[in-house]
Design a protein around this ligand. Structure first.
Ligand SMILES: C[S@@+](CC[C@H](N)C(=O)[O-])C[C@H]1O[C@@H](n2cnc3c(N)ncnc32)[C@H](O)[C@@H]1O
Length: 215
């Protein structure tokens, strides 16, 4: 089946983030900080064993409380190399491992984690539904999936701009057009997953905190 023009492959992601890795922190620390803060606060309230999917350079890692035991995974080795340096420099003893892994095929047993967090990941992965299925598989019943994401405009000028930018998704390394229906359609297929919270965040409501729970 042909992929739509905005679809990303794992190869696109790997080459885009190999380019982003050396400058990622310079560009993306401040503007996406409120989302990481909100996501990590939700996780800190749960505690236990947590999976951070698409941990990147690990900008959110120092925000987890010491009692949260974190495993981080990412497809991009150059991004993970920065995360490993950050963990060592800050002496973050609660970060248990950082592993190269595909979010769409997680190498963990079912119901392994108390919570899963994915800040700024879903707009990047080639198949968001498969990724959500994997997160739901590895989280315990009663556990939470915490997402931070840009939710694209459904209509109007912003939707047109995002669709135009979407044609450059492979070079950017993410899809600017990401309608809520991608998550909504998945939720409709998963009666075991419930939407706990959907909250717009600074700056300018550009990002959304989404908390899901598995029953
Ligand atoms: C926008 S960055 C977010 C990084 C970090 N969470 C943050 O808040 O800065 C997205 C990350 O997702 C990773 N990624 C994309 N597709 C992936 C996949 N299929 N499996 C694992 N990681 C993936 C990318 O390599 C990149 O590091």
């Amino acid at each position: 089946m042909m992929q739509p023009p905005s679809a990303l492959s794992n190869e696109d992601v790997e080459s885009a983030y190999a380019r982003w890795a050396p400058v990622y922190d310079l560009v993306f620390t401040a503007c996406m900080r409120p989302g990481r803060k909100a996501g990590s606060a939700a996780i800190n309230a749960i505690g236990g064993r947590v999976l951070d999917v698409g941990v990147g350079t690990g900008l959110e890692l120092p925000m987890f409380a010491p009692h949260v035991k974190v495993t981080g995974i990412d497809l991009s080795e150059p991004m993970l190399a920065v995360a490993r340096r950050r963990v060592a420099a800050a002496g973050l003893t609660n970060i248990e491992s950082l592993r190269t892994m595909d979010a769409m095929a997680l190498d963990f047993p079912d119901e392994h984690f108390d919570a899963v967090i994915a800040p700024y990941l879903l707009t990047v992965v080639p198949d968001p539904h498969r990724t959500l299925d994997e997160m739901a598989r590895v989280v315990k019943r009663g556990g939470e999936i915490v997402l931070v994401n840009h939710i694209g405009a459904e209509k109007g000028m912003m939707a047109l701009i995002e669709a135009w930018l979407g044609r450059r998704a492979a070079a950017l390394g993410w899809r600017p057009e990401f309608p809520w229906s991608i998550i909504g359609d998945w939720l409709a297929k998963r009666p075991d997953i419930h939407l706990l919270e959907r909250r717009n965040l600074a700056p300018l409501n550009l990002f959304t905190l989404i908390r899901l729970n598995r029953t």
